[in-house]
Design a protein around this ligand. Structure first.
Ligand code: ASP
Length: 312
């Protein structure tokens, strides 16, 4: 019998204890994941998730999130969600209350209100500064009306899509991956993010795509991704990792195979987090040392675990 446990990416280090407490009291993997992700979403200093999430090209923070239940492979997700900090909770409501998998934009926000999730201000001093800088970069200096916005995007498409975008977007992304297994052996994975910094309005990354940024199946394991979402979408990275486990690869082997495949695209990098049905955990990076954090029901604090650096 595997001890109930929870793991997360670096930015979840000080939050996974909230999930571990829930597991200790016999709570479900999904409750544990949601509580820990909510804490990251509430942290204005994270900069890549929930409150304080990096804005898009028009200075607006739009969130993507997803959650998957390994018992039945049901999932819920939101994309391009504005004015709600707990995007993962809206995703969970999509899973529990609707026949759908993914709600986007204004529809997702309306749904959040309908299920009683309150409006929140996602801006912080940092994001307001970024928004002001974005406005200053627009042709007339102001991005007030729709025409202005369109003109700015046209300019960006025609001339601005250069080095400056590469530079700022590389420096400013972040996503939280948290996953758990409970006393019943049930698995859950949660992903939440403001996505790629300075993305085009409406851009959706891998995080709310089930199979790209997130996948879990009680029979084999659980996986989630961060990094350049476009790549995880093209390669269905999270789904592939779980499928490699199903086909007998070790955790390390599955991570290596998935990340080698991303290397072959020669278009950027992703990282991943994974565990199997025996409670073994692993993470992988394409750019350097990979670490993740682990706690089980007997842990006193988060344990740093080393993953694998997968080179081309
Ligand atoms: N994967 C996220 C996205 O592409 C970004 C990130 O992990 O930081 O939206």
């Amino acid at each position: 019998m595997v001890k109930p446990f929870i793991i997360g990416t670096r930015n979840a280090k000080d939050m996974i204890h909230l999930g571990a407490e829930i597991l200790r009291e016999g709570g479900s993997a999904m409750d544990a994941v949601e509580a820990a992700v909510n804490a990251v979403e509430d942290n204005p200093l994270d900069g890549g998730v929930g409150v304080g999430g990096t804005p898009n090209l028009l200075g607006v923070t739009q969130l993507d999130a997803s959650i998957m239940d390994g018992r039945n492979r049901r999932s819920g997700a939101v994309a391009g969600l504005e004015n709600v900090a707990h995007a993962i909770s809206v995703a969970r409501k999509v899973l529990e209350l609707t026949p759908h998998d993914l709600l986007v934009g204004p529809g997702a926000e309306m749904f959040a209100r309908a299920v009683g999730i309150e409006k929140s201000d996602l801006s912080t001093e940092r994001t307001r500064k970024i928004a002001a800088a974005m406005r200053a970069g627009s042709p007339e200096g102001i991005l007030e009306d729709e025409k202005e916005k369109e003109r700015f995007l046209r300019m960006w498409l025609e001339e601005g899509r250069g080095e400056w975008y590469e530079k700022i977007s590389k420096a400013d992304w972040g996503t939280v991956n948290i996953m758990a297994m409970d006393a019943n052996g049930d698995m859950c994975v949660g992903v939440s993010t403001s996505g790629l910094g300075y993305k085009l309005p409406g851009r959706v990354g891998d995080s709310p795509y089930i199979g790209a940024g997130n996948y879990c199946d009680n029979r084999f394991g659980s996986a989630a991704c961060t990094g350049k979402g476009e790549l995880a979408i093209r390669l269905s990275s999270a789904r592939m990792i779980v499928s490699y486990l199903e086909n007998g690869l070790t955790l390390r082997g599955a991570v290596r195979k998935a990340l080698k495949d991303v290397h072959s695209l020669q278009d950027g990098t992703i990282s991943c987090l994974v565990f199997d049905g025996e409670g073994n955990t692993m993470s992988g990076s394409m750019t350097g040392e990979s670490i993740h954090y682990y706690m089980d029901v007997d842990s006193e604090g988060p344990e740093e675990r080393k993953g694998v650096w997968v080179k081309p």
